[in-house]
Design a protein around this ligand. Structure first.
Ligand code: SF4
Ligand code: SF4
Length: 288
């Protein structure tokens, strides 16, 4: 039981604040490598990433490339697939919701690692056991441990990780979740979990507007309108570099882009958000 009682301890992971510094990853290694704890065998130094920093490049054109970062530990699911796959009670969920793999009972049960949709369980070939994040419950239970947060949360220099009681509406974590966009890991469907992801980017469309090519000059202040297939309309104007962008569009929808600027012919593009796209450099034609 946690020394600081909480009904449902959880971690909110805010991708908008994560800068891929890996301090959380290192803190996890520092805590779990080299020795066994009350709840787990030692994490191998290589090949296991209990706090896995998932990064990817966004965009299909060097004119607009962005990165996304999603620290991805075990989600501590409400109905864990790893627990369903385990025999002999080798995976259990504590009353506070933290999911633990018993290092003794799980010996030989590789199916536990294979069952996790998040890929958060690692198979230890040497010990023949599945291993994963414990949310540092062994520390948080320990009355002699001076801290009150998992090591990864403590280590984060940018408040991208926030720990607290998900069942207390007045806790910092509950307020943070209420104020941000919850972006559930797609592999978990609509299952609740004690790790809550916020602000994972979805799709962007971007482009640039310029005057006729021979002028070699970008167009500042052109109106750009995005009309989504559900009728939603978003509007922006080109910036000092002639660039426009619509961020956080839903995936796999049709989007009509209309560009207008006084004295020039309007331009229309039909786009699809199957990926992050840089649509085009649009050279405007004067109205004759
Ligand atoms: S994320 Fe994977 S390992 Fe963690 S509780 Fe869910 S199914 Fe189990
Ligand atoms: S410590 Fe914080 S900012 Fe750094 S990678 Fe981890 S979550 Fe991101």
């Amino acid at each position: 039981m946690l020394k600081k009682p909480m009904k449902r301890p959880g971690i909110a992971i805010n991708s908008a604040r994560c800068m891929a510094c890996y301090a959380c990853f290192i803190a996890c290694k520092d805590e779990h490598c080299g020795w066994d704890t009350a709840l787990s065998k030692a994490q191998p130094e290589m090949g296991q990433y209990w706090m896995n920093i998932v990064e990817w490049e966004r965009g299909d054109n060097p004119r607009r490339i962005k990165t996304a970062t999603v620290p991805t530990p075990c989600s501590h699911c409400e109905n864990p697939a790893c627990m369903a796959a385990a025999k002999n009670g080798a995976v259990y969920k504590r009353p506070d919701g933290i999911v633990i793999i018993d290092p003794e009972k799980s010996k030989g049960q590789k199916q536990i690692a294979e069952a996790c949709p998040v890929g958060a369980v690692y198979w230890n070939e040497k010990l023949e056991i599945p291993q994963k994040c414990t949310m540092c419950a062994e520390l948080l239970d320990d009355p002699d441990y001076p801290g009150f947060e998992p090591r990864c949360v403590e280590a984060c220099p940018n408040q991208a990780l926030v720990f607290g009681d998900l069942d207390d509406p007045e806790s910092n974590i509950s307020k943070l979740i209420a104020a941000n966009k919850v972006t559930q890991l797609e592999c978990l469907g609509d299952m609740k979990s004690s790790v809550v992801h916020l602000n994972i980017p979805s799709r962007f469309l971007a482009g640039t507007v310029a005057y006729p090519k021979e002028l070699e000059e970008v167009c500042i202040g052109a109106a750009v309108k995005a009309t989504l297939e559900n009728g939603e309309v978003r509007e922006t104007v080109t910036n000092w570099a002639g660039d426009w962008e619509f961020e956080d569009l839903p995936k796999n929808v049709k989007v009509a882009i209309d560009i207008t600027f006084d004295g020039f012919a309007p331009v229309h593009y039909d786009c699809f958000t199957d990926a992050d796209h840089y649509v085009a450099i649009t050279y405007l034609d004067p109205v004759k």
